[in-house]
Every structure is written in C-alpha cells, then in structure tokens.
Design a protein around this ligand. Structure first.
Ligand SMILES: [Zn+2]
Ligand SMILES: [Zn+2]
Length: 244
C-alpha cells in the first residue's frame, strides 16, 4: 500500500502532474477498454448468441467518435487541475486504510454515478442543450464502443464533475474513488456495444440496459438513465418506443 500512497502523492503533487496522470489514465481506459471489450464481444457473439440490436452506422462514424473522445479525455485531464488544488488545500481527501469500507463505498459511488448521469443527461435533452451540446453524442445513431466518450467538450466537462462532490463531502477509500471511472467505462462499453444476448425480459428490466441505451441513441426522446431503469420510471422518462 505504501507504493500506492507514494504514486498518489506524486500524481497529485502539482496540477500539471495531475493533468498528465488523468490523460494517461483515461487514454488507457478508453483504448484498453475498447480492445478488451472487442475481444469479449467476439466470444459473446460466437458462444452466447449475442447479436446486433440495430444497424444505423454512418460513414466515417468511428473517426468522428475517436476525435471527440480524445477531446473529452483532454477535458477530463484539465479537470484534474482544480481537483489537485482541492486535495492540496485539504478540501478533498482519500483514505488508504481499512479496505472493508469498499464493500459499501463502491455501491454508494455506483448509485451516485447513476444519479449524476441521469440529472446531467436529462438536462442535456432540453431543447437548447440538445441543439448546441448533446447533438455530438447523438451523431452516433448506432452506438459503437468508440462512442463511449464521444461528447461535445461541455458535455465532457459536465460528466467529469461526478468525482468532485463525493471527494469534497466524504473521505472515501482511494480504491473506491478509482473504481468510479473504471465502473463507469465498463458499463459504458456494454451500453454502447449495440449487442446483447437473447432475453425474454421486458425492455424496462434492469438486465436490458444495453438495449435501452441502444434505443436511446436510435430514438433519443427517453431512457435518460444508464444501467438502472428506476429514475426513468420515477420521472416518467421511459422511451415510448422501446423497440427496434
Ligand atoms: Zn450514449
Ligand atoms: Zn442522450
């Protein structure tokens, strides 16, 4: 653990170090995640009956998605600078002891991630925001693995704020905080993979979140939550056309 603490201290010793660390970390998450999930998808299609949900790929779509994902990673890296300031001033802290707390902290941060995503996403679907900001993500009518960070720079900024509130309000374990972007990209890769296995469950079932997000990209007027369907149910923002 001492080695982890010294790496953390080095990464957050200056704003520049924090920005570089975030840049390398998110590049690794994005390209490494796409590579691993593509491999997983190969076996899921071959052995588990995974099939494409919709076919709406545009010409040169992936180039557009990669360029915008790189821009988003740049924005996440810039956000590391105010985070480093808050850590240096003692306003934001992490702990490195008692790993048992991960058992409740990881689920709490997962829930926070879902709530934060729903609120930001529902806002982005208001007319002005859709026209000026969120249209970039919706250029991908058929989502691909490369669309996970394909955002307008301001959407990347809004989504990147997810880390600030928990770190300022409470001293979470370092690994719980680290889990937040890791969990988020795994769910995002699944949600943008546009492939699912056979299921008899209704589209609103928790296990159908890949289908729901694929339909969100296709029709765009509902399904603002990510993995959990409950906020869409609570606020009545379920997609009316949850079908192909
Ligand atoms: Zn999406
Ligand atoms: Zn959307």
């Amino acid at each position: 653990m001492n080695r982890v603490v010294s790496l953390y201290e080095l990464a957050f010793s200056t704003g520049l170090n924090a920005a570089i660390t975030f840049f390398v970390f998110f590049i690794f998450l994005y390209f490494g995640g796409i590579l691993l999930y593509s491999l997983a998808l190969y076996f899921l299609k071959k052995d588990f009956g995974y099939h494409a949900i919709q076919h709406n790929l545009r010409k040169r779509q992936m180039g557009f998605e990669i360029r915008h994902s790189l821009l988003s990673i740049f924005i996440f890296s810039i956000q590391a600078i105010p985070l480093q300031y808050l850590i240096a001033q003692g306003y934001a802290k992490v702990s490195f002891t008692n790993a048992w707390v991960l058992l409740w902290q990881i689920p709490v941060l997962f829930l926070w991630n879902e709530i934060h995503f729903y609120l930001v996403h529902a806002l982005l679907h208001r007319k002005w925001w859709m026209k000026h900001v969120h249209f970039v993500h919706h250029r991908s009518k058929e989502p691909t693995l490369f669309s996970v960070y394909s955002f307008h720079w301001f959407e990347a900024f809004l989504l990147g704020t997810v880390i600030f509130l928990p770190m300022v309000l409470y001293t979470f374990h370092f690994f719980a905080i680290l889990c937040l972007p890791v969990m988020s990209i795994i769910l995002n890769l699944m949600g943008h993979s546009n492939h699912e296995g056979h299921s008899d469950k209704a589209p609103q079932h928790i296990s159908r979140f890949i289908f729901r997000h694929s339909m969100h990209h296709k029709w765009s007027n509902g399904n603002f939550g990510f993995m959990l369907p409950y906020l869409d149910q609570l606020f009545n923002t379920k997609l009316p056309k949850n079908k192909n």
